[in-house]
Ligand binder design. Structure first.
Ligand SMILES: NC(=O)c1ccc[n+]([C@@H]2O[C@H](COP(=O)([O-])OP(=O)(O)OC[C@H]3O[C@@H](n4cnc5c(N)ncnc54)[C@H](O)[C@@H]3O)[C@@H](O)[C@H]2O)c1
Length: 315
């Protein structure tokens, strides 16, 4: 019997066609299924390709006796219960690096957006106003930029920022190799939070990093500093961030990822004037989706046809 492949959260359409053309596979005809549909497909699914919308839980594994392989078409695997997968012998992979450039560019766009207040100025223009004096901003050039985590996305962001002559400080718990002449390792997290004009998050969400940025670290930030989070919701304590933004203790924030997604209606974050919010758009570019999809299809072929497991993510 051919492996039955389900792509649950969408895939670039040409890449999906190329997957359907692989004669060794039976592919569910739609590249996007609702969570209800997914529950009906799981009992016969051999491999599941997901982005951030679908979750693989101990409960969903219970109804997936044929599941052998889950691919997270993207980076973060916190929507997959990897311990439960391990117990059931289900292998997990991601597609590392495929969307890094898109996230790096979003991080930079949020920095500029917050510094130049573009989104807020736009909102007033749409409302028929011309508030030129209210929206004086600041430049990105020559700023000190602190990176929390200095892995693939952070280093690419720092590299793309080179034209702005930045002063880069980074903090990472693992030894980092970088050839960027303007990047310096920080002594500790506290140094980054107290010295940098822009602090940008690029670490995974784990038990250790949950709520890492709370009032203690926020209170070290300069009044004119801004915080960017394109990594994962839950790294920054949203209640504490809202308090600091509301009281003007920091200048602003650009946030792409949230503790609960979609962001609940009426969230305090959406009521603030000095925050730019995007709905988890980091990897949402045509270019990233082509790279991510092609990598996922390649990994499916390697796994089922050549018995090779690429880019495994363990618990
Ligand atoms: N917004 C989006 O759509 C989007 C898309 C892709 C990735 N991401 C997220 O971006 C983040 C970074 O991804 P990446 O590809 O650069 O990952 P990466 O693994 O290349 O880099 C992560 C770095 O964080 C470091 N790190 C881990 N725990 C740390 C800690 N407690 N303190 C300091 N450093 C720590 C690691 O040593 C590593 O160098 C991840 O959270 C990922 O889920 C978001």
């Amino acid at each position: 019997m051919k492996p039955f492949i389900v792509v649950a959260d969408g895939m670039d359409k040409h890449t999906f066609k190329s997957l359907q053309a692989i004669t060794e596979f039976e592919v569910h005809p739609s590249p996007k299924v609702t969570q209800e549909e997914l529950l009906t497909l799981l009992p016969r699914t051999s491999a599941l390709v997901i982005r951030s919308a679908s979750k693989v839980t101990a409960e969903s594994l219970e109804i997936s006796p044929n599941l052998k392989y889950v691919i997270r078409a993207g980076e973060g695997t916190d929507n997959i219960d990897k311990v439960a997968c391990g117990k059931k012998g289900v292998k997990v992979s991601n597609t590392p690096g495929a969307n890094s450039n898109s996230v790096a560019e979003l991080a930079i766009s949020l920095m500029i957006n917050v510094l130049r207040k573009t989104a807020w100025a736009h909102a007033t223009m749409v409302a028929g106003k011309w508030e030129k004096n209210k929206y004086e901003g600041n430049e990105l050039s020559y700023k000190s930029i602190g990176f929390i985590g200095f892995g693939k996305i952070a280093q690419l962001t720092a590299k793309r920022l080179s034209g702005f002559d930045p002063d880069v400080l980074y903090y990472d718990t693992f030894p980092v190799k970088t050839d960027l002449p303007y990047a310096r390792q920080a002594r500790d997290l506290e140094q980054i939070f107290s010295e940098c004009d822009i602090i940008t998050m690029h670490i995974p969400k784990t038990k250790e990093t949950s709520n890492l940025v709370d009032k203690r670290l926020l209170s070290l930030m300069k009044k004119e500093a801004i915080l960017i989070n394109t990594a994962r919701g839950g790294l920054v304590n949203e209640d504490d961030l809202c308090t600091f933004l509301k009281e003007g203790k920091i200048r602003g924030a650009g946030i792409d990822v949230f503790a609960i997604e979609p962001l609940p209606e009426g969230s305090k974050l959406s009521t603030l004037e000095n925050v730019v919010l995007t709905p988890h758009l980091g990897a949402s570019t045509g270019e990233a989706q082509i790279r991510v999809g092609e990598m996922a299809v390649h990994q499916l072929k390697e796994f089922f046809i050549k018995n090779q497991l690429l880019n495994e993510v363990k618990a």
